[in-house]
Design a protein around this ligand. Structure first.
Ligand SMILES: *Cc1c(COP(=O)(O)O)cnc(C)c1O
Length: 389
């Protein structure tokens, strides 16, 4: 039997063989002409994937949290007012992070499973004097999606910078950064972008760069300072060598391949594939009698699902058995409901067959754990959705 278990967690995900091959190729100099070309093209491809024709892409060695930190370091000065929209653990992370840089942070926090009401955000923005607001497009702790388009629109009308944490959405959920007026859209390599962990990726608007240029105090982080990295990114795009800190050469080669694959699929086709697989996953889980954390399908993410355990069954009863049956899933993350639910990642290179295998493995696990349901009902319901797209 093939010694592989499907990795269906919300990052790292399953990677394409060509991406992994790029990672394993002999490492060149970071200023070798071939690498300069690859780095330059990767930056150009990011602009297309983010749909941000005038945005400034940045590729840094680090995880998604570094991408968030870069925002705090460059766009916050002590005393600035920031609004954090929190639908879970990753929203809360921004509250702590921005306050480290001296921001006075206001948080709109919703109970686990609910999404942001932007009419309320509109009112809060009316009353306050905010420089910046953050939103988590898909909070990976709750599988809740916010309306990123409305988020961008409100930022523009209220003249507040918008920072979208797209770590669990970029290249999986629809984002038109330019059209939606989002100032920073950030992610990490290991999620829907489809590259092993290690890269922090951001695309920054002209408006955000102007805000950064008009700072009165120095950026306090040495590594994260845009002043160090912008000349490097600009040089590579002009196909010129440059250096501040050694770039993650192999990861950038892998990113170049993955972004090429994403663009070859086409952004609209890619979003539609994620929407179909997300809907099929939710239908399968529902047919097995499982509830979910998002309170409404309308704001349930397409990149991951967060089903609740049936009563009497715990993480320890189910997840090892699902793994035994062929799929690795993740446990709960949100502090308040951690033991009540689990998470299935379905983003990036995920195919309908991967989802069907996963639902099948969940059925096997549920049966072994003693849950009562009609065997095959989940797979049938998922198939039904996939057949009708
Ligand atoms: C994974 C994730 C992060 C953190 O990324 P790391 O690469 O783990 O540092 C931040 N925000 C969201 C929405 C995520 O899913």
């Amino acid at each position: 039997m093939k010694d592989r278990t499907l990795l269906m967690i919300p990052g790292p995900i399953e990677f394409e063989p060509d991406v992994l091959q790029a990672l394993g190729a002999p490492t060149t100099s970071h200023v070798a002409p071939e690498f300069i070309e690859i780095f330059g093209q990767a930056l150009e491809r990011m602009r297309e994937v983010w749909q941000a024709p005038t945005g400034q892409p940045l590729i840094l060695a680090g995880s998604g949290t570094l991408a968030m930190d870069v925002v705090g370091a460059n766009l916050i000065e002590p005393g600035d007012h920031a609004l954090v929209l929190s639908t879970g653990t990753f929203g809360d992370r921004f509250e702590d992070l921005l306050s480290r840089y001296g921001a006075a942070v206001t948080v709109i926090r919703v109970p686990a499973g609910e999404t942001i009401d932007f009419d309320e955000v509109d009112q809060v923005l009316d009353r306050g004097d905010f420089k910046l607001m953050t939103g988590t497009h898909v909070d990976t702790s709750t599988a809740v999606r916010i309306d990123a388009k409305r988020f961008g629109e409100l930022g523009r009308t209220h003249k507040v910078l918008t920072v979208l944490d797209g770590v669990c959405s970029v290249a999986g959920e629809e984002i038109l950064q330019g059209e939606w007026c989002l100032d920073v859209v950030l992610t990490a390599s290991q999620k829907a972008i489809g590259v092993p962990p290690g890269l922090a990726l951001l695309v920054v608007s002209e408006r955000a760069l102007v805000a950064w240029e008009s700072r009165t105090s120095k950026v306090t982080s040495y590594y994260a300072d845009w002043g160090k990295w912008l000349p490097v990114m600009e040089a590579y795009e002009k196909r010129q060598p440059s250096y501040f800190g050694t770039p993650a050469v192999n990861l950038i080669c892998a990113l170049h391949v993955s972004l090429g694959q994403i663009l070859a699929e086409g952004m609209d086709a890619r979003f539609a594939r994620h929407a179909a697989i997300g809907a099929a996953c939710r239908a399968g889980l529902k047919a097995l009698g499982l509830g979910q954390v998002p309170t409404n399908d309308g704001h349930a993410a397409n990149t991951l699902s967060a089903p609740r355990y049936p009563s009497g069954i715990s993480a320890g009863d189910l997840l090892p058995r699902v793994r035994q049956a062929g799929a690795i899933l993740a446990g709960g993350l949100h502090d308040q409901i951690k033991s009540e639910y689990f998470r299935i990642g379905h983003m990036g290179a995920v195919k309908p067959g991967d989802l069907l295998s996963t639902i099948g493995a969940i059925e096997a696990g549920l049966r072994a754990a003693g849950h009562c349901f009609e065997l095959g009902a989940g797979v049938a319901a998922s198939q039904q959705v996939l057949a009708n797209v």
